[in-house]
Design a protein around this ligand. Sequence first.
Ligand code: NDP
Length: 234
Amino acid sequence: MARTVLVTGGNRGIGLAIAQAFAKQGDRVAVTHRSGEAPAGLFGVKCDVTDAESVDAAFAAVEAELGPVEVLVANAGITDDTLLLRMSEEQFTRVLDTNLTGAFRVAKRASTKMLRAKWGRMIFISSVVGLAGGAGQVNYAASKAGLVGVARSITRELGSRNITANVVAPGFIDTDMTAVLPEERKAEIRKSIPAGRMASPDEVAAAVTWLASDAAAYVSGAVIPVDGGLGMGH
Ligand code: NDP
């Protein structure tokens, strides 16, 4: 059955791969983009997840075009890495505001219609760093760990209404976000990954479409790693 799907930050990277995977299986897919144009073939709405009014307007536009959002993928995220000693409060709060509060804003907005429909899927894109931590990533790791609490609390609140909330925790994925890493750092990272390589965004998308499927109806509050074994034990 075709569903209405909204992917935040779906104009590039992991978000775009997720949006394309849903479109390929016949769902009605909308993506948010902050800048530039929407990707070809997908319904795009401008949205900055740090602004509740912008989130509300984006949802209204999607509802008018494709119907209420049934599957929400909170994917928009940023990094602003530096060591704790050097991290400014602004650097900390800006990353939290996008990655964690941004996910809260879209989940809250989506929940009204999901409750009315008595069906919904929320998928939060976290990171292996959320549970393992990362040097220079106090802000990012805190934001990604917070998503676990968000998904598990939503599961407790809305689980009886056919609404699931899960977390996907990718390891190192080949996108603009990791392209900025120096080559030596990437070689080091590859060495630490049992699979011995980074992943493609499509490998994250496969877990996300499964979590949204009827087959995963009994999976909620889970953290699904897609990390080549990097975060084992977390
Ligand atoms: P990219 O940097 O390639 O893309 C980030 C996306 O988020 C862009 O679409 C960007 O929009 C959007 N975005 C950022 N800030 C906002 C905002 N305030 N409002 C709306 N949209 C925003 O990242 P990836 O594709 O690599 O990452 C996607 C998600 O996966 C992120 O949450 C990231 O933390 C997570 N992740 C990535 C990993 C990796 O190795 N790449 C590993 C683990 C997790 P715009 O184009 O307008 O800037």
